[in-house]
Design a binder for this molecule. Structure first.
Ligand code: IPM
Ligand code: MG
Length: 355
């Protein structure tokens, strides 16, 4: 029997609770398929700082690189907000992404029919939305040099090289080939030089994918179009900061940020995590929505392990739980038949898989 090595990084806040539910569901899917999992935990974020003085201990990187995939919860919280920047949980996460070389962040935004009323937009606008933000993750203004600050000035640099744009563009086109074959590349080419290069290079890469229809859109317009008519999008290809912003915006189409998973992939290894944060305000109360993390586990099966059938099983079980009217607190006012806790939701989804 095949055994996959999974590094679990639970992190801070609600991280541990939601990872536990994803593991429950993974174990259920493994017992109904022909493989198993070996889990190994590693520290990152505020909890890592508290124990080791470093938000990203070396051991976490080695463990992760030696596994088949990483399942990650969330990091951060007010407790660590006043630390110097390099000790903050967020710095650990950014270094982690860089060290693992996960340059492509895939963030799907799907509107479940069962939750159509949970969106703050009208049902007729969001019905059937199924888009994927492909965000460049280890370049752009997050990492560009020079950067710094003094008393009266702070500065960062948005820089992309041709090769960085080429590899993320290929990711977007390849994913589009498995979907509706449309890529909309987001930039600010009317103002930024870096965006002009971005647009040129994406257009060149597109010639290798003649079946995919490429369009370009300025980021400000894209922010507006996502609200006006989100169904026009299939794959949205973005740089780091534009994708950070637009993927949060896109997540609200679905009604709760607690629903959406993400995958960060590169040449070496994939990291799978919910797009929401550590929600310290509700940590430990058993009310967090574990669905985004469970859906991230499904993306792990699909994108890192090639277990598509198992991934389908999880996705179907999530849909079934929603269809039957099970809701965690965040969605309690939207057609709930029964409001359930974090761990009840995990068990319900796991049970639907075993059957
Ligand atoms: C995200 C988060 C991170 C980012 C933060 C926590 C560094 O907002 O994953 O979207 O900006 O990339
Ligand atoms: Mg973000």
């Amino acid at each position: 029997m095949k055994n996959y090595k999974i590094t679990l990084i639970k992190g801070d806040g609600i991280g541990p609770e939601i990872i536990d539910e994803a593991v429950k569901v993974l174990d259920a899917v493994a017992s109904s398929c022909d493989f198993g999992f070996n889990y190994d935990e590693a520290l990152m974020g505020g909890c890592a700082y508290d124990i080791t003085g470093d938000p990203l201990p070396k051991e976490t990187i080695t463990k992760s690189l030696n596994s088949d995939a990483v399942l990650f919860g969330a990091i951060g919280g007010p407790k660590w907000d006043n630390l110097p920047r390099e000790k903050r949980p967020e710095s650990g996460l950014l270094r982690f992404r860089k060290e693992l070389g996960v340059y492509a962040n895939l963030r799907p935004a799907v509107v479940y029919d069962e939750l159509i009323n949970a969106s703050s937009l009208k049902p007729e606008v969001v019905k059937g939305v199924d888009l994927m933000v492909v965000r460049e993750l280890i370049g752009g203004i997050y990492f560009g040099e020079p950067k710094g600050r003094d008393e009266n000035k702070g500065w960062n640099t948005m820089v992309y090289t041709r090769s960085e744009i080429i590899r993320i563009a290929h990711q977007a086109f390849k994913i589009a080939m498995t979907r509706e074959k449309r890529v909309c590349s987001i930039d600010k080419a009317n103002v930024l030089d870096v965006s002009q290069l971005w647009r040129e290079v994406v257009t060149e890469v597109a010639t290798q994918y003649p079946e995919v229809e490429l369009s370009h859109m300025y980021v400000d317009n894209a922010a507006m179009q996502l609200i006006r008519d989100p169904r026009q999008f299939d794959v949205m290809l973005t740089g780091n900061i534009f994708g950070d912003i637009l993927s949060d915006e896109a997540s609200m189409l679905s009604g709760s940020i607690g629903l959406l998973p993400s995958a960060s992939v590169g040449a070496k290894i994939g990291v799978f995590e919910p797009i929401h944060g550590s929600a310290p305000d509700i940590a430990g109360q058993g009310i967090a929505n574990p669905i985004a993390t469970i859906a991230s586990a499904s993306m792990m099966l699909r994108y890192a392990l090639g277990e598509n059938e198992a991934a389908d099983k999880i996705d179907n079980a999530i849909k079934r739980a929603l269809k039957e009217g099970y809701r965690t607190q965040d969605l309690a006012q939207f057609d709930a038949k029964e409001v359930c806790s974090t761990s009840e939701m995990g068990s319900i989804i796991a049970n639907y898989i075993e059957r």
